[in-house]
Structures are given as structure tokens and as C-alpha cells.
Design a protein around this ligand. Structure first.
Ligand SMILES: *Cc1c(COP(=O)(O)O)cnc(C)c1O
Length: 386
């Protein structure tokens, strides 16, 4: 296998995980659409025994995701939520988690509506304030869980400092790196113990597959997670692994354009008379800009805005864009627009939304890789629409 050490990110994205297939030389890892594998002898496998436990197409994807996060130990899942749930299954009843108060809606729902019933407790704090995380730590705290940039307010938390706080309390730091991707930020290098992804978003990148991944630094932790992956069974099928792997090969090219377009859109909206606030970590006016600049290589592809006209103006904007299509999800090549309070974050209570600073009129843009000027013209006409 080609040793990718020393190659830059783009080269590793193209090559990671895919070796010519040994029988035919196929350059792309085939879709090994099989549930089981013929064994040479009882209790002896060629490589795999059963596709819940392992599959060559999944192996390639797991290797590639790990490589891009700067590790050797990756695991792929049927969805981002399945990956997140599997990390949490390392915990037991009585354990405590400190989590950021501005999480992906589905993560918040899993924590509060499902896992609390199993005796795991959660404290939600503003993780931008490292002190708040430190104060929320308890002797039974096993995990600190954050996203950065957060969804949808694009708050930035300081990963190196949070890793110190978590480790000082004998807890792990887990980072949901879905918004940044390893192209922009590599949490394991900043001290995190787990990186999780919804590969549905930028990693897959083409809005055609749902998936998730976990990457860890240590083999021992990987083995515990592999045990859970196999025991729980929320694994992706080989076809989904193939699509995600294909997406990963262009991650660097796509991310570069996502970031360029989002920076243009954010700059344009900041100057627009109808716009009250723009949330984009690449803007120097963003409160987290400095920390973002220290741990991310660019501002990412997501932009959130509040319009002066509040909820009604946000609704109107969502109804009038043509290139920005009204849909949940993010990170695909095509631009999307949505209203978090009624869509992605509808499962978060109005009180919790308010506490996190999420206005009902907030509009979230997933800026795609179309022509940037076309995207700006689309927003221009939609903001001018009666
Ligand atoms: C989408 C998303 C998830 C959940 O992933 P699924 O693939 O939809 O299960 C988790 N975290 C973040 C930040 C996301 O955007």
C-alpha cells in the first residue's frame, strides 16, 4: 500500500483507502455487495466473516476517513447519528456528559430524549467559555461533547483548551467535525480523543448518501468502538461506502470552492440593508474569528443570517431563492437554504433555542460550489422580491 506520509491533504484525499483491487486491478475499490464470505476452514476467515462485522468496501472508507483526520483508526456507520450513538455507548448509567448548548438538533434529541432514559446525564453549557465547561465537570463526567463551528450559529470553541479541561477531569473530548471537515480542522491533532462525522454532509458531498464515521487516535479505543459497531450493528452498506469514498476524493477541491463562495456570500450579505446579522467565522467581525483562524484553515461553507424583517422576512427569503433550494441538510455541491427554528431545530424547545441565541427568524445557508456570482445574484433577487 502506498505510504501517504508526507503527502499533502489533496493527494491523501485522492489516494487514501483505495488500492488496486488484487484480482482484477480495478483502480476503484469495488462495491463488495455480499453478506458473507466463504471460509477455507471452520473458524478461519480469509479476511472477513460477515458484513456487519466487516466488508472490504467499508474497510477502504474507514481507512480513508482516518487518514484524512491524521489517524489510522476509523469506523464507518449507517448515519452520523449512529456514529454519535456508538460513542455514547462507551458510557454507562450514572455517567455524565458536558455538552455544548448549540448542537445539531438530532444530537440534542438523542442526548435528552433517548440517552437520559438510560441514566446518562447531560449538562449543556456555552462551550465558547472554557470556564463554563470546567465548572460543569463532575467526578462522574466521562465525556465533553462539542461541535465547532456549531450548527446553526457557527459559534467557535477552542479545541486545544477544551481538550486540556476534559483531560484534567479524566474525561474524553469528542468533536463533531461535520461542519469543518478535516480539510479545515483536525481535532485529533488539537488533543481531541474522538472525531465524529455525519459523512452525509461535506465528506460525501453530493447529497446522495447518509452516513457517519468515528475516528480515534488509539488502537485500544478503536477496538472498543469496533466491538460496539459490531454489537449494535448500525453499519453502512457497501454501496453507501462506495459513494462516500468517491466523494472523499474531491473533498479538498470542493471545500476550497465552498469556502470561497461562502466568504463572498457572507461579505455581500454583511453589506446588505435588509440584513441585521451575519454569522460566518471567516468574517473578522465574528466573535470567534480569532480562535477560528488559529484552528481552521478557512471559514467553511455555512453562513447564517438574521434579517431586519425577522421571521416573516426569513420565510420570504426561503421562498424566493432559486439556486438556493429549500431543504434540510448541508454540505452538498448544490446550495441550500433553510429556517432552523421550523426545520432542522424544530425538535429543540423554544426555551432551549432562545437560551442558545437561536432567533426564530434565523436563516441558514449551505453555500454550494456553483458559480459564486450566480449565488449572489440569486440572493439579491430574493431579498428584493415583494
Ligand atoms: C447532520 C448532522 C448530524 C447527523 O448526521 P446524520 O448523518 O443525519 O445522521 C450530526 N451532526 C451534525 C453537525 C450534522 O450536521
Amino acid at each position: 500500500m502506498l505510504d501517504l506520509n508526507g503527502f499533502s491533504f489533496g493527494t491523501r484525499a485522492v489516494r487514501a483507502g483505495t488500492e488496486p483491487e488484487p484480482v482484477t486491478g480495478a483502480i476503484m475499490t469495488p462495491v463488495f455487495q455480499t453478506s458473507t464470505y466463504v471460509q477455507p476452514k471452520p473458524a478461519e476467515a480469509k479476511v472477513h466473516e460477515y458484513s456487519r462485522s466487516g466488508n472490504p468496501t467499508r474497510d477502504a472508507l474507514e481507512f480513508a476517513v482516518a487518514e484524512l483526520e491524521g489517524s489510522k483508526h476509523g469506523l464507518a456507520f449507517a448515519s452520523g447519528m449512529a456514529a454519535i450513538d456508538t460513542v455514547l455507548r462507551l458510557l454507562s448509567s450514572g455517567d455524565h456528559v458536558v455538552a455544548s448548548d448549540d448542537l445539531y438538533g438530532g444530537t440534542y434529541r438523542l442526548f435528552t430524549a433517548v440517552l437520559e432514559r438510560f441514566g446518562i446525564s447531560f449538562s449543556f453549557v456555552d462551550a465558547r467559555e472554557v470556564e463554563q465547561v470546567a465548572q460543569a465537570m463532575r467526578p462522574e463526567t466521562k465525556l465533553v461533547w462539542v461541535e465547532t463551528p456549531t450548527n446553526p450559529l457557527l459559534k467557535i470553541v477552542d479545541l486545544a483548551k477544551l481538550a486540556e479541561v476534559a483531560h484534567a477531569g479524566n474525561a474524553w473530548l469528542a468533536v463533531d467535525n461535520t461542519f469543518a471537515t478535516p480539510y479545515l480542522q483536525q481535532p485529533l491533532q488539537l488533543g481531541a480523543d474522538f472525531v465524529v462525522h455525519s459523512t452525509t454532509k461535506y465528506m460525501g458531498g453530493h447529497s446522495d448518501v447518509v452516513g457517519g464515521a468515528i475516528v480515534v487516535r488509539e488502537q485500544a479505543l478503536r477496538d472498543r468502538l469496533w466491538y460496539l459497531q459490531n454489537a449494535i450493528g448500525a453499519v453502512p452498506g457497501p454501496w453507501d461506502c462506495f459513494l462516500t469514498l468517491r466523494g472523499l476524493k474531491t473533498l479538498h477541491v470542493r471545500m476550497q470552492r465552498h469556502c470561497e463562495n461562502a466568504a463572498k456570500v457572507a461579505a455581500y450579505l454583511s453589506e446588505h440593508a435588509a440584513v441585521d446579522r451575519v454569522y460566518y467565522p471567516g468574517l473578522p467581525s465574528h466573535p470567534g474569528h480569532e480562535v477560528a483562524a488559529s484552528q481552521m484553515s478557512a471559514g467553511g461553507g455555512m453562513v447564517s443570517i438574521e434579517l431586519k424583517g425577522g421571521v416573516d422576512a426569513g420565510y420570504k427569503l426561503c421562498m424566493n431563492t432559486q439556486l438556493f433550494q429549500l431543504a434540510e441538510s448541508l454540505g452538498g455541491v448544490e446550495s441550500l437554504i433553510e429556517q432552523p427554528a421550523t426545520m432542522t431545530h424544530a425538535s429543540v424547545s423554544p426555551e432551549a433555542r432562545r437560551a442558545a441565541g437561536l432567533a426564530d427568524g434565523l436563516v441558514r445557508l449551505s453555500v454550494g460550489i456553483e458559480d459564486g456570482d450566480d449565488l449572489i445574484r440569486d440572493l439579491e433577487q430574493a431579498l428584493a422580491a415583494k
